[in-house]
Design a protein around this ligand. Structure first.
Ligand SMILES: Cc1ncc(COP(=O)(O)O)c(C=O)c1O
Length: 350
């Protein structure tokens, strides 16, 4: 199966588990605004991006969204990162209580580092605080490692980097180096025992796909993992991380960049019209300034993805120091070219 369905799959596991445990009311799932988990009916509902909901009649009932832990955008004036993290946890708790508390809310799903929402690394202390809330309400914690897994954040799992102890973990993409579509859901023993209990009662495990455990995809995934070990890919990524971060941080002074953020080998630059006020460019479509940067990059042979005005950089983990210098050199040229266009169009004085 491909990655989105793993998010739908985990939802069914959580429902099944709570039926097994005699808690048929405990079914609601908390996700986050700007989270991305795919686009099927269930995964698209977990996703917290308006364009994945609008006109698709999503989200479905029982899936609710708590705030996005992006300090730069959502931190209040004068609020420290720590205070912001505390507020995020308080908002989560208020939402859980509103949705029926421990009796009705079953789980929370998070990408350790938010990807498609714009590469957002939550502030220090955030996960500690929100996991404590989830524990308080006897909720499962689900980590969507579809992007973060397999070395991207400097450790094998994003959970290790961010201090998360998940009950359920979903992964895909780098599971097979993306050469063939395959994904996986991992569960801890607590979840496993409950699922088995219910299946024993029913007499079967009524869940599966035509292509579940497809031998060709599984063989490719196993080979990819073997190669990762042979070339010490995760070790290499860890060694490249400080260089990557230095490059990303070197953009913090650029006149167009409001925030330069990264963890491991994934980062983003947020293009703003005014560094002081953090105001975005208002030049037609949302994210038009970010698109200018991405288009200029493409003209220079560099593929970056802009999510609105956040320009994401997520190179293959085999990239070396010289290639990183090349990548970021082209990115700087792209930013400068976008800035020249914005100036000539009268949108930016700089
Ligand atoms: C974190 C995360 N979860 C789930 C998905 C969904 O994957 P798919 O597009 O294969 O359904 C993605 C896709 O990019 C993702 O980034």
């Amino acid at each position: 199966m491909v990655s989105g369905p793993v998010a739908s799959c985990f939802l069914k596991l959580v429902w099944y588990m709570n039926n097994a445990l005699g808690r048929p009311q405990k079914k609601k799932i908390v996700s986050r605004i700007k989270g991305y988990h795919g686009i099927t009916v269930a995964a698209g509902s977990l996703t917290g991006l308006p364009n994945n909901h609008r006109s698709f009649d999503l989200p479905i009932a029982g899936i609710v969204h708590t705030g996005c832990p992006h300090y730069y955008r959502f931190g209040a004036a004068g609020e420290s990162e720590e205070q912001f993290a505390t507020r995020c946890a308080e908002e989560l708790e208020a939402l859980i209580i509103k949705e029926g508390g421990a009796d009705q809310v079953a789980a929370m799903i998070c990408e350790p580092v938010m990807g498609a929402g714009g590469v957002i690394v939550p502030p220090k202390g955030y996960y500690e605080k929100i996991q404590a809330v989830c524990r308080k309400y006897d909720m499962l914690f689900v980590a969507d490692e579809v992007i973060c897994g397999f070395g991207r954040t400097g450790n094998v799992w994003g959970c290790q980097t961010m201090g998360i102890k998940p009950d359920i973990l979903t992964c895909a993409k780098a599971l097979s180096a993306s050469f063939l579509p395959i994904s996986a859901v991992m569960i801890n023993d607590k979840v496993y025992q409950a699922l088995m209990m219910e299946s024993d009662k029913i007499g079967t495990w009524g869940h599966g796909f035509t292509y579940s455990g497809h031998p060709v995809a599984a063989a490719v995934a196993l080979e990819a993992q073997k190669i990762y070990d042979e070339i010490d890919l995760f070790g290499h990524a860890k060694r490249m991380t400080p260089i990557f971060q230095k490059h990303i941080q070197s953009f913090a002074d650029h006149p167009l960049i409001g925030e330069a953020m990264s963890v491991g080998m994934v980062g983003a630059l947020e293009v703003v019209a005014d560094k002081k006020t953090k105001a975005a460019f208002e030049i037609g479509a949302v994210g038009a300034a970010g698109t200018k940067v991405a288009n200029n990059a493409q003209a220079l042979g560099l593929f970056v993805r802009n999510m609105g005005d956040r320009v994401a950089v997520c190179p293959p983990l085999i990239i070396n120091e010289a290639e990183l210098a090349d990548l970021f050199g082209r990115l700087r040229q792209s930013l400068d070219a976008a800035m020249a266009e914005l100036k000539s169009e009268g949108h930016f004085k700089g």
